[in-house]
Design a protein around this ligand. Structure first.
Ligand SMILES: *Cc1c(COP(=O)(O)O)cnc(C)c1O
Length: 381
């Protein structure tokens, strides 16, 4: 149990000051829950950015063992790693086709998510040159205006279907802009645009929903859902609870606890000054560990916090590179001693709350947790 210094230390390398615990059974269970929710659509797993920072090398085998057969990554390099971990899986690369990368796709049997007319032409040319009909997805833009073919290019393809003839079109996908707000009318508009553009193209399975899109209901499931964040226990929707359980906890160690007098300031630039005799705990986690500096206090809004035995304690002063300082004056002295562990993410401080307190989102908190944290896995059979 967290909070008991002795028991805790045995499992960790000596000198460890920060731990991310990842429950691979929960990860697999979340994939099963999302699969059941989206049925009969297939549920893929988005594992970009090293499985949202949790370690592709452990998360991908756990998901594959649970039955996940389709993975999405952002970068081609990430696809190379997924292929080594999941020899039989279907792999899509959201970045699409960069010049000269065709051969890599062929070698690792990954599929580019083609995002422009140029990419379609280049991949078709590669098919002709190699006497193959390489598999790919087509990304069409339904309103996000980030990646994907705009309507005019979809119309070009519908008028000149020969351009797609050399490509084995396995998926047509688009991405929602406002799915975290269930009542936003732009969701239904994007769904209608997607269905209308899709109908102009050769028949292929469709995919629209990421984690938050899955909370918008069955119309959005199409043939394949693409959750990432929710698999890792995140709550992507602003209003609705996603039926997943937390996968991650993050703890960092108290290095020192000190008493300071009224008027003493704490940390760089002395932005926080004690208004009462105070007890300050210094914790071994800073912005180099992925703790946002915007969680410094005071900063004009809600500030960062940690928890001891389920009780919140606020960050005071600047978040520095390796350390944060916490006001523990209101805690029982026994709850916060040198060597104890502070909860940064866990049952008391969710990913969402940690994000909100730093003026960002849980996604950014999760994906920025640095290599300096020791990653400890449980489950995963
Ligand atoms: C990252 C991403 C996803 C997964 O999003 P989550 O919100 O983490 O579920 C799905 N589709 C695309 C195109 C993405 O970029």
């Amino acid at each position: 149990m967290i909070g008991s210094r002795q028991q805790h230390d045995a499992a960790l390398p000596p000198g460890t000051t920060g731990v991310i615990r990842i429950d691979l059974d929960r990860l697999a269970a979340n994939w099963r829950v999302l699969t059941a929710l989206g049925r009969p659509a297939e549920c893929a797993a988005v594992v970009k950015a090293d499985a949202y920072g949790l370690g592709a090398i452990r998360c991908i085998p756990a998901l594959a063992t649970a039955g996940c057969g389709t993975f999405f990554v952002a970068r081609l390099e990430e696809a190379i790693e997924v292929r080594a971990l999941a020899p039989d899986a279907v792999i899509y690369v959201l970045d699409g086709l960069l010049p000269g990368a065709e051969h890599v796709y062929a070698r690792i049997r990954a599929r580019p998510v083609l995002s422009s007319l140029e990419e379609v032409l280049a991949f078709a040319a590669f098919g002709r040159a190699t006497g193959s009909r390489p598999a790919a997805a087509l990304h069409i833009c339904s309103g996000l205006n980030r990646l994907g073919l705009p309507e005019t290019d979809v119309l070009t393809l519908s008028q000149e279907p020969g351009r797609l003839a050399q490509i084995d079109l396995q998926l047509i996908m688009s991405h929602l802009a406002s799915a975290d707000a269930g009542d936003d009318p732009r969701n239904a508009q994007q769904l209608a645009t997607f269905q209308s553009l899709r109908s102009k193209l050769p028949v292929a399975p469709a995919s629209l929903a990421a984690s938050d899109g899955m909370m918008l209901g069955p119309a959005y499931y199409c043939d394949l859902t693409r959750p990432g964040y929710a698999l890792y226990g995140g709550q992507p929707s602003g209003s609705l609870r996603t039926p997943v359980d937390p996968v991650v906890t993050v703890h960092a160690r108290v290095l020192q606890v000190r008493d300071i007098a009224v008027g003493a300031s704490v940390g760089y630039s002395g932005i926080w000054t004690a208004a009462r005799p105070s007890r300050i705990a210094t914790i071994a986690a800073g912005y180099a560990d992925g703790i946002p500096r915007s969680g410094s206090a005071p900063n004009g809004c809600e500030n960062g916090a940690v928890a001891f035995s389920g009780i919140l304690a606020p960050v005071v002063g600047r978040v520095s590179m390796d350390l944060i300082t916490i006001d523990v004056t209101d805690l029982e002295p026994e709850t916060c001693q040198p060597g104890d562990w502070a909860e940064l993410i866990g049952p008391t401080i969710t990913l969402e709350e940690a994000g909100r307190r730093a003026g960002t989102i849980g996604y950014e908190i999760l994906t920025r947790l640095s290599r300096r944290f020791y990653r400890m896995y449980s489950g995963g059979g």
